[in-house]
Design a protein around this ligand. Sequence first.
Ligand code: PMP
Length: 450
Amino acid sequence: MSTQPDPSRGAAVKATDRAHVFHSWSAQALIDPLAVAGAEGSYFWDHDGNRYLDFSSQLVNTNIGHQHPKVVAAVREQAARLCTIAPGFAVDVRGEAARLIAERTPGDLDKVFFTNGGAEAVENAVRMARLHTGRTKVFSAYRSYHGATAAAINLTGDPRRWPSDTASAGVVHFWAPFLYRSPFHAETEEQECERALRHLEDVLVFEGPQTVAAIVLETVPGTAGIMVPPPGYLPGVRKLCDKYGVVLILDEVMAGFGRTGRWFAADHWDVVPDLLTFAKGVNSGYVPLGGVAISAEIAATFDRRPYPGGLTYSGHPLACAAAVATIGAMAEEGIVENAARIGEEVLGPGLRELAERHPSVGEVRGTGVFWALELVRDRATREPLVPYNASGEDNAPMAAFTAACRAAGLWPFVNMNRTHAVPPCTVTETEAKDGLALLDEALTVADAYT
Ligand code: PMP
C-alpha cells in the first residue's frame, strides 16, 4: 500500500480510529490524532502532506530510525520461515537475540527473559528479586516512570501513578539526585550526590533492610526529565545494595541500546546491576519486545526451582528477528558511536547555545541523543513554565510551544514543562542541525510566557 499522503484516505483513517480505537492516557472525546501515511529514517508524514522531523523517536524507541531496510527484511524473512512458536521451544532466532543482548549488557548478565515490552520486564524483574531474596519491599525514585501494569505503575514516581495507586504493597519511594531542583537543597553536584546517597541509606535503614528486595532505578531517568546522575551516585547505590543484600534493578527500557551514546547507560559508570530491564531500542519497536537480563547468581535461584512466570509471546520469533537485525545493524553501522558523536558535537553545544538566547530555557541536560530542555517562566526563580502536572488552561504555554514545533515540522517529546530532544540514534548532523533550527523558532513562543 502506498505511503503517499492522501487527504481523503487520511479522513477515513481518522474516522475509523475515532469510532473504534481507545487511546492510551487520553480523554477520548478530546483528542485528534494525526493520520500517519508513512515514515523513513528520522521523518514521518501525515495524509495532509505534512512531514515531521521525529525528535521524539515516537516514544523514544525508534533508535535505528523508521523503516531500516535490514530490520524490515529480517522481519519479512522470519515471517516467511516461522511466525510463531511457544516460548518452551528452542529456536535459532530467539537464542541469537538473547546471545547478542547478553554479549552487550554489562557484567555477568548472561541470561535473558523475554517480555513484550518494558512494563512486563519491570514486573518480572521485581518478581525475580522478591523470590531471590525472600523479601517483599521494592524501592523506586519519585521522579521515574516504570510502566503502566500493576507493580510497574506503583513503582512509577510521577503523577501517572496517582489514579492507579491501589496496590502499592511494599513500594517505597525515595528522592534521587536532581541538582536543578534539588530535594536536598544542595548547591554542587558532589553535595547532591552525597546527600542523595545518605538519604537512600536512611530510608533503607528505617524501612528495615531485611525487608527490602530491590532498588529499581532508571539508569538515566527518561520521561521524568533526563537527569544524568552525578558520577558517584550509581556506584554508591551499588555499594548500598551490596551492603544490605538488596537486588539492584536498573531500568534501561528507555536509556538502553544506544540512546545515551553507549550500548547501556550503566556503561558510563561501569555499574553492573543484578537485573537490567530493556525494551524499546532492543529492536526499535518494529515488533513489541522487552526483557530482563539476569545475573548468574539470580539465574541460579531458578536452576532447580521453576521460575513462576511466563508469557505466551515471550521471545516471539518476529520480535527476536527484528532484535537480531537491529543489534547487527547498530554494530555494523556504528550507530551507537553516531549517537555519542551527535550528542557531543551537535545537540549538546546546539541546545546550550539555544539556552543562551531563549529566556524560557532554564536548563539543558543530557547525553547522546537523550536531551531535555527544562522550560521556565523565570530563570532566576526556576518557576516552571507550567505548574507540576498541569492540564487544560494551566498547560496553555506548553500546548502553544508544542503546536509551534509541529507547525514548524518538528515532532517533539513534551512532558510537563520539558521538551526532550530525542531523535533516532541514526540522526545525521544535518538533521540534528535542522531540528535545532526548528526548535529555535518554536522557543520564541515559549519565551512569550516568561
Ligand atoms: N521503563 C521505562 C524507563 C520506560 O521509559 C518505559 C516506557 N516509556 C517503561 C518502563 C514501560 O515500557 P512499556 O511502555 O513498553 O511497557
